[in-house]
Design a protein around this ligand. Structure first.
Ligand SMILES: Cc1cc2nc3c(=O)[nH]c(=O)nc-3n(C[C@H](O)[C@H](O)[C@H](O)COP(=O)(O)O)c2cc1C
Length: 502
């Protein structure tokens, strides 16, 4: 079987397709030849190896330039990664590797993405029409391996953003060659069954001009910067990750105990422990940005200047969106005091807006009388979206010592018990604002997710459930997909705000 795709197995849909044909316990070769410069240092290698091992495969890095093509005979699966298609084709020819790849396509699973997909086609001529500079070898014969009649244009919308004439060039190529080119975005692909089957991301959503492959975003503070969870699954199964709240300077957080259980959820008073924005930009963001998921930087601070400076620093980075945390109840100075009056929300949003080049989402506190007033204030001050809700302030007491269990005395309550409150708040807010709402608070199952969409959310965040069920986003995505099929829903937007109040 052959799967052609744009950027590797970077969606739940593609992983599911590959899982149908990859025998668990089998061996996989990740062929890195297409990137002559970086090979094993190529940043795609790490995420691709993780995706293959998530499928239950034992994966090795393989390179035609240093290993004999015959050695591929021990592999059931091969993945040709992207890079330079001319270089890859030349190397495959020089090392007579075409037959070995053909065998894997017949007997196992051959995945080709970007350059790795182009060389499996009859010709790689299309890419010459819009990226001729890649042919530094001056390759004249552009005949590919001919393992498929399909032709793809990978990274379609990204290419268009860089160069609007790509579409025109592709149409000319189609006319000149009497063919149809399949335009693929990252996360999409085609499975070459008897009738080729195109795999699209069925749950795409857009918030503030940012496209998410699916609506499931890991909630701030429950996912760190993603590294630990990436040991369990490729982060590209998520629509996005909202990072732990980041401040201008490193913060040690509150003294312990900082978390405790409560009926239907938990209390936390972590107190915004984080390494500071400079460390985040240097050490965490580069890695996270390469995982095939959207990155939201959750920004907190003690003063408006802190917020503005942090947002400014993030302006020149690869983060996709900034989430303004004006609702953290667990720090003495800063955070929630900006978020509990409409005036406070408006002032801080306005101030940050001036310094923020990224799409700006304001995260609202439920510890207010009318959250929709806060949302209106954020919208008026230039927010592109709002996310709600943060934690509800709570308390637990040790009956023997008579001391609060949390050292901070109070903490933020989160978890399943929050769901009805969050639903009510999202519903009320959706009736007031025009900007999109990212809904969160207590979502644990796909049914909860559907409720949150119906209440008025465009996208969702998944938080506390991750501590007891780290695979929850994968299960929620599967449930949502099945529900869409059952209900004949083509676009998740059909659910947003679809509740029918009495
Ligand atoms: C341990 C912990 C740490 C959190 N840290 C942050 C944070 O840094 N920034 C933020 O905006 N929200 C933070 N939150 C709040 C969550 O992002 C989310 O708004 C809240 O938990 C409600 O959703 P849930 O019930 O799905 O967890 C934290 C929550 C928990 C449980």
């Amino acid at each position: 079987m052959i799967i052609l795709c744009s950027n590797g197995l970077t969606s739940g849909e593609l992983l599911q397709e590959a899982g149908k044909y990859a025998k668990k316990g089998g061996k996989a070769a990740l062929i890195v030849t297409a990137d002559p410069q970086y090979k094993e240092k190529n940043y795609h290698v790490d995420r691709c190896l993780r995706a293959l091992s998530y499928l239950g495969l034992e994966a090795d890095v393989f390179d035609f330039d240093t290993q004999p093509a015959e050695a591929l005979s021990q592999y059931d699966v091969a993945e040709l990664i992207g890079g330079n298609p001319y270089y890859l084709l030349d190397s495959i020819r020089k090392h007579d590797a075409g037959d070995a790849l053909g065998r894997i396509a017949r007997e196992g699973l051959l995945i080709g993405w970007s350059a790795g997909a182009l060389v499996l086609q009859k010709t790689i001529a299309l890419i010459g029409s819009y990226l001729p500079q890649l042919n530094f070898l001056g390759l004249q014969d552009l005949t590919g391996l001919g393992l498929t009649d399909i032709q793809i244009l990978p990274h379609y919308s990204k290419q268009l953003k860089k160069d609007a004439s790509v579409e025109e060039k592709c149409q000319k190529y189609e006319r000149d060659n009497h063919c149809t080119v399949l335009r693929l975005n990252d996360g999409e692909g085609v499975v070459l069954e008897e009738e080729p089957r195109v795999v699209r991301c069925s749950m795409k959503v857009e918030v503030a001009g940012v496209e998410f492959q699916n609506p499931l975003i890991a909630a701030s503070g429950t996912f760190g910067f993603g590294r630990e969870f990436s040991e369990l699954y490729p982060l590209s199964v998520l629509g996005g990750v909202s990072c732990k709240g980041i401040t201008i300077k490193e913060r040690p957080g509150n003294p312990p105990p900082r978390v405790t259980e409560a009926p239907g959820g938990m209390l936390n008073a972590v107190g915004l422990q984080n390494p500071g924005v400079d460390h985040f930009i240097k050490e965490d963001l580069p890695w996270l940005s390469r995982q095939g998921t959207r990155v939201i930087a959750n920004v907190a601070g003690s003063t408006p200047e802190d917020y503005c400076e942090t947002a400014e620093k993030l302006g020149g980075t690869s983060v996709d969106m900034i989430e303004l945390n004006i609702s953290c109840p667990n720090v003495k100075q800063g955070g929630v005091q900006f978020g509990t009056t409409a005036r406070g929300v408006e002032d801080i949003t306005k101030a940050v807006r001036k310094h923020c080049k990224k799409p700006l989402m304001v995260k609202l506190s439920p510890n207010v009388t009318d959250i929709s007033e806060m949302a209106l204030a954020a919208e008026a001050a230039g927010a592109d979206a709002v996310s709600l809700i943060n934690t509800l302030t709570g308390m637990r007491i040790d009956i023997r010592t008579r001391r609060p269990i949390i050292r901070n005395n109070t903490g933020g309550f989160s978890g399943p018990a929050l769901l009805p409150i969050a639903l009510r708040m999202v519903w009320q807010t959706a009736q007031k604002v025009k900007i999109p709402i990212v809904g969160l608070g207590g979502i644990s199952t796909w049914q909860d997710a559907v409720e949150m969409l119906l209440a008025g959310a465009t996208a969702l965040q998944i938080g506390t459930v991750l501590f007891t069920e780290p695979y929850a986003p994968i299960k929620i995505a599967q449930g949502l997909r099945a529900f869409m099929e059952e209900q004949g829903i083509k676009d998740l937007g059909e659910l947003t705000g679809g509740v029918r109040p009495w």
